[in-house]
Design a protein around this ligand. Structure first.
Ligand code: ARG
Ligand code: ZN
Length: 487
């Protein structure tokens, strides 16, 4: 095991980078939609006169324009082709969804790129663009409850979204290919999407790249097929509902190691120009062992496949819990083997991926538990007791920074990560080990493939512990003074 401070420094470096960039608002500040568009759909004058446009955002308090209203996506079928020489991507997104309102039109999120054509249920649809909003108007209104299929053909040179607070997220072209990665957004930079964790969907992804490169994504590998001279198509499918920011695409020169773990496919990948016995490869090789340990703490692993990808690009100074296959910036392994970051991203498979946020202000539900998993893993390996991690962190916490609702600028701050982990351990100290682990398992079981809020978590903790925890959560999540240590 490496020193734990290596991980802390690497993360701090990443956060510092994010924190020191200051400037104007990013894409998330783009205007939210106009309710003033046509309120009547193509069926005006008939019984369909109540068809109305879907909202251009789900109304997340931090990112009001993210996602869209009026429908619920079940599946994205993406077929994209990327040419690293021209940096051009062309794609077809086939989106199967259900209308949750009678829709005259609906929006998708798409940053840059050119829409070439669109159909809804096979009939041509008209499209319009306004910033990161793509509006699709079908030939006929969509009845509430109707299942529909939108097919969008698009192309162009994808660009990341720059955010002074959150860094460069989304599609980056790299020395040997490309990496699509980012939180709280990234998907909209390479395909049209309902870009908010409230709308989770399954994915079938086909990526065509030059035959000397690999194309990695989420989920179960579906093999490769030749796609004309010098090109190969790679197939991946994520069968468990996935939040859009957890979808990744990594194209380049990688050494792929395929295996099985507990009867499910495992795919590990390291850049070809990193040594196979170096710290990155050795850290990644611990994936199976760490997953098994976390399973013993949190309950059954929620997905059909396992894996991990190390990426080598100086712009990626973070790791991300991309579903079933986290991506790790090489920076985490600069000072040697780092299993802490592997434990962190794998813990997110339960906390964040399988059970997802409903709004970004609840981020501690992701990061508090993932940081706590680092403490658990350090104790398991004999490096440091959880109680010691808690005591050290308690002493250095700035209580002015809340864990819950930290503000957009502090979405990845200490309040969310470190104080978030304190909340988790303080709950354990309050309710005892048996009830604590029962709460975690109930959370991951009852909300598997779904979403949850802080209020939902508190209600569950109260139900299982038989205690009223208003005061506990208020003190630990948002109180401005150090709460008394339970005991
Ligand atoms: N959720 C990631 C993690 O904790 C952090 C992502 C940071 N994102 C960023 N754009 N810097 O592992
Ligand atoms: Zn995390």
């Amino acid at each position: 095991m490496p020193s734990r401070s290596a991980r802390v420094r690497a993360v701090a470096a990443g956060l510092a980078l994010v924190a020191t960039l200051a400037g104007c608002p990013d894409r998330s500040a783009r205007p939210v939609a106009d309710p003033a568009g046509p309120s009547v759909g193509p069926g005006a004058g008939t019984a369909a006169a109540s068809f109305a446009p879907g909202a251009a955002g789900v109304g997340d308090p931090y990112f009001p324009s993210y996602g869209n209203g009026g429908y619920d996506v079940a599946n994205y079928r993406l077929a994209v082709r990327y040419d690293p020489d021209s940096k051009r991507l062309s794609g077809t997104a086939t989106i199967t969804a259900t209308a949750t309102a009678a829709l005259s039109r609906f929006n998708l999120d798409l940053v840059g790129l050119t829409v070439e054509s669109a159909t809804v249920d096979g009939a041509p649809a008209t499209t319009a663009r306004d910033g990161a909003e793509l509006t699709v108007t079908p030939a006929a209104g969509l009845a509430r409850g109707a299942r529909f299929t939108a097919r969008i053909r698009y192309s162009g040179i994808p660009r990341p979204v720059h955010s002074p607070q959150l860094g460069d997220n989304g599609f980056l072209s790299t020395a040997d290919g490309a990496i699509a990665l980012g939180e709280p957004e990234s998907a909209s930079t390479w395909f049209p999407v309902n870009d908010h964790p409230q709308d989770k969907a399954t994915y079938d992804i086909e990526v065509t790249v030059p035959a000397d490169l690999v194309a990695l994504s989420n989920g179960v590998p579906g093999g490769t097929v030749a796609a004309g001279a010098g090109w190969t198509t790679w197939r991946w499918s994520e069968r468990s509902p996935m939040a859009s920011y957890l979808c990744t695409l990594v194209i380049g020169r990688y050494r792929i190691e395929r295996s099985e773990h507990g009867g499910k496919p495992m795919v590990l990948a390291v850049p070809s120009n990193l040594p196979s016995n170096g710290p990155a490869a050795r850290s990644l090789a611990a994936t199976g062992t760490i997953v098994d340990y976390l399973t013993s703490q949190f309950g059954p692993y929620p997905f059909d496949s396992y894996g991990g990808i190390v990426v080598r690009d100086k712009r990626i100074r973070y790791a991300l819990e991309t579903q079933s296959r986290p991506v790790y910036g090489e920076v985490f392994f600069d000072r040697g083997v780092n299993e802490g970051v592997i434990a962190h991203e794998l813990a997110h498979q339960w906390f964040g991926d399988s059970v997802s946020l409903s709004r970004w202000s609840d981020m501690w539900l992701n990061e508090g538990f993932a940081t706590y998993a680092e403490w658990l893993w350090a104790e398991h390996t004999g490096e440091r007791r959880v109680q010691e991690s808690f005591d050290t962190q308690y002493a250095r916490t700035l209580w002015s920074k809340p864990a819950l609702d930290p503000g957009r600028a502090d979405l990845f701050g200490m309040g969310v990560y470190q104080r978030g982990a304190l909340v988790v351990h303080a709950l354990r100290m309050t309710v005892g080990d048996e009830k604590f682990f029962a709460i975690l398992r109930a959370w991951t079981t009852e909300r598997r493939d779904g979403n949850g809020t802080t209020a939902d978590f508190q209600a569950l903790a109260e139900r299982i512990s038989g205690r009223q925890l208003d005061r506990f959560f208020a003190d630990w999540l948002t109180g401005t003074a150090a709460p008394p240590i339970p005991g």
